[in-house]
Design a protein around this ligand. Sequence first.
Ligand code: DP6
Length: 324
Amino acid sequence: MMTRTATAIAHPNIAFIKYWGNTNDALRLPANASLSMNLDGLQAETTLTWADDLSADTLVLNDAEQSGEPLQRVVRQLDIMRKRLGLTAHAQVVSKNNFPTGAGVASSAAAFAALTVAAAGASGQVLSEQELTTLARLGSGSASRSVPAGFVEWFAGDSHEASYAESFAQPSHWPLVDVIAVISDGHKRVGSTAGHKSAQTSIFQEARVADAAARFAACRRAVVERDFNTFAEVVERDSNLMHAVMMTSVPPLFYWEPQSLAVMSWVRDRRADGLSVCYTLDAGPNVHCLCLEKDAEAVRSGLVGMSGLKQVYMAAVGGPAHLV
Ligand code: DP6
């Protein structure tokens, strides 16, 4: 009997230029290239064991045995990894997040990055980082960006191999901090996978995608040159454009809560006061306040004083997914 175990840690990431909509849903080939940073301190830790004597794949997430769709999504990823690694064994997967699942802190990104790296690691085979990003992408698109370190770009690509992510700056390049205003820690009403499929039903998606390469280039340059003002303008515009698509899809998707708008408006006011801070929101109501490290404490204490927030998390720029 053969058993092999590995443990991997991966961080979630926050997109500066968003992934919303696919040109190929099955392969998760995105409609546009996206950019993100990993979130240090927040993590998924996944231990995977390939064992010949298991009769089925099993998944324990945050101490609870999973079944139904959460298990099936992991089984689909394990099927992909078995095929790539030439394995027939089933797997036992035990994973823990240190942040709430489905809270607008993309848990699927950290989860599928950690699962993919652990599955390869436990096989004893060494896959390139680039290939690991493409395999993680098949589980959750944004997971491709949680594999490399620091500031990451994910090229859209028109094939499985061409749609990969890579680091363009290390965590030490620019001391950005994501101060996350948690407005709801419940599950999303409509998840990203369903959302991507409805993106094309908004007449604004075509315009959002048509201009995405220009926003991507401006944002990438702003990060490389550490130009916060340009960064803030393009990051907020990109988030607003994605939410405009969401709100005008059929059926419409409204992720903003009244408290989200209150935080967005507070962020704009603080920037007018001279703080280096801007906002971005994923498929949920939580507001990610991206700021320079020197202003992170002022942003955090300001948010803690606002009513209606469940939690405030702080995350610096995180490293790559890795085996432990
Ligand atoms: C709004 O990667 O969660 O967070 O590929 O279906 O798992 P699936 O979707 P997912 O979508 C992320 C959407 C987003 C924007 C982003 O992170 O780029």
